[in-house]
Design a protein around this ligand. Structure first.
Ligand code: PGA
Length: 252
């Protein structure tokens, strides 16, 4: 069970890399041997670098993702970017509900749900980020938070709209801190999330949905995380900004 899920390693570049730097990083990624055939590799540069990176990725197995989206199709929304714009530049994935967006940009569950809808309506795959803060874990509320993020984002969907969904379990205390969840902690959270998806959308949906782990994934810990059948890949921040560490994680 679960062996059909192709592992996915996605680099979330956050607000790093100018377009010129992005071109240089992607050029180096593409100069390396292609990813293993049992892996999917995605890079998520800042908006302004997307089209140049897309151009370079054409014909390569590496795929393109965005870090955020606005839910309206178009209109007077100064500073925002729509899902159709992202699709047209070549994005196949869009990260929604990253904890930094929840923390600094007021992306709450209803906003995340709207963004997710916009992404799936354009035929792209959302990477829905979920995960608890340190004080929530310490208060024994990890599962409550996972439940609230999943139900809050997905509660109003019908399973058939969510076929490409990817979930990323990213405990907030592990993001950018150097503290990684142990494989046991990650597996426990993933199992809970998968069970919940199964209850909401049917067991098969739960079994088929890829759940990534994110939070201080590095070449040194990637193998022990990715060897877990329950962990379907990684969403990598800091370590995705250097070609060597990103490729080592992708190959782990
Ligand atoms: P990190 O970030 O790998 O730097 O901890 C992960 C993320 O925020 O997606």
């Amino acid at each position: 069970m679960g062996t059909e899920r192709k592992k996915l390693v996605a680099g979330n570049w956050k607000m790093y890399k100018t377009p010129g730097e992005a071109v240089s990083l992607v050029t180096q990624i593409l100069a390396a041997p292609p990813p293993r055939s049992d892996r999917e590799v995605v890079v998520c540069p800042p908006f302004v670098a997307l089209s140049r990176v897309a151009h370079l990725l054409k014909g390569s197995p590496v795929k393109l993702g965005a870090q955020n989206v606005y839910w309206e199709k178009e209109g007077a929304f100064t500073g925002e970017v729509s899902a159709s714009m992202l699709r047209e530049v070549g994005c196949e994935y869009v990260i929604v509900g990253h904890s930094e967006r929840r923390q600094y940009f007021a992306d709450d569950n209803p906003a995340v749900a709207r963004k997710l809808r916009a992404v799936v309506e354009e035929g792209m795959s959302p990477i829905l980020c979920i995960g608890e803060k340190l004080e929530e874990r310490e208060a024994g509320r990890t599962q409550d938070v996972i439940r609230s993020h999943i139900e809050g984002a997905l509660g109003e969907f019908d399973a058939r709209y969510l076929r490409g969904l990817v979930v990323a379990y990213e405990p907030v205390w592990a993001i950018g801190t150097g503290k990684t969840a142990t494989p046991e902690m990650a597996v426990e959270a993933h199992r809970f999330a998968r069970k919940l998806l199964g209850e909401m959308f049917g067991v098969a949906f739960g079994v088929e949905t890829r759940i990534l782990y994110g939070g201080s994934v590095k070449p040194e810990n990637a193998a022990e995380l990715l060897k877990e059948p329950e962990i379907d890949g990684a969403l990598v921040g800091g370590a995705s900004l250097k070609v060597d560490s990103f490729l080592r994680i992708a190959a782990a």
